[in-house]
Ligand binder design. Sequence first.
Ligand code: ZN
Length: 427
Amino acid sequence: MDLTFLGSAREVGRSAILMETKKSKVLLDYGVKLNEELSQLPLPVHGFVDSVVLSHAHLDHSGAIPYLFKATEPTVYATPSTIEVSKVLLEDSMKIADSRGQDCFTRSDYKRMLRNIELVPYHVETQVTDNISFSFSDAGHILGAAITRLHINDKKEIDMVYSGDFKDTDTRMHKGAKMPSKADVLIVESTYGDREHPDRKKLEKEFVEEIRSVIDVGGTVLLPCFAVGRTQEIVTLLYANRLECPVYMDGMGSAISEIYLEHAELLRDYEEFYHAMKWVNWITDRKQREKVFDEPSVIVSTAGMLTGGPAVGYIPELRTIKNAAIFFTGFQVPGTPGNRLLNEKVFDYEGFAMDFRGFNIKWFDFSAHTDKNGIHKFIKAVDPQLVLINHGEPEQSEALRKWVEEEIGCYVFTPTLREKFGLEDFV
Ligand SMILES: [Zn+2]
């Protein structure tokens, strides 16, 4: 069995790993890398692809799958809610590409993908090819996200765990992922390979206090939030703290919230989330948007990095309000408008560079990824002979590689793009 990294090699984005035997080709994820303007594809796969095992809906894991259907017709295995969320995200990415006149997969590629989906709930062993089977378990990352355990029976029998994106501690929305049992090979993400997250309870308290201090002096707070997971988490947190001012929810996060509402079984506290969704004001049209500024309020809106969505439209008006604030709730990728606003205090809007010096702009680390302590625990639990580190900036991946080398002592690599590993050589 050969593994080749077609993306997410010493980078965050375009996760794509090819598993190849003489008879079959199976992909673990096939995502895009979202830059400011263009999305970058993983390396292409030549010839027939039997199947894609998709860990979760985020576009950096799913966004390139429809492109495969230009040349081949794989079966796509994913949890039911991953597919529901993926559909919203993929349809949105088609729309954005259309509006920018950019190349994208076609509607018919997308439809062919939809015809080739096989839904796989957590903990159901599923045969993908003659010599590969797998099962999913809850990754605690976003709705439907999975850690994938594969059983490979090629030249040798090999158990392999692919972490995908995971979080091992509880959030408002999800229970932390359970640690997997032993396997021979581990592919593990390293987004926070050398960093620690703050204590969640303390972070929540500080976040709510900062919001209250803005509202108390008559300001309005914009919270740019990712559509999947973060919007729901932040609204639930504000509800749990019974924020006294109106709270509005806008953008694609609303469509995703509808999906979350249908999956009580996957949420940590459905009751609390359900009431939060009844409590928050859903913004559905322009008229409602104009009313948001009538009194001090909180706006929870996509896009989380201000790459588009209604959040961007609120900013010019917000700038004219005394004591207003923008609090980011997720990581701001370098090169995005959110990153520039946070670090350079400049927001590019319709060709103008708006100056935000002196404006109340903060960032709160509500990450849906585990940190280095969680990754270390995960690696110890799997206790593998071979660790392949992906999905991390070079510095993060390298720090994790060093830790594995020193603390675990097994084979460990940070694969480069196109690098191939014959698994039987290591186990
Ligand atoms: Zn993700």
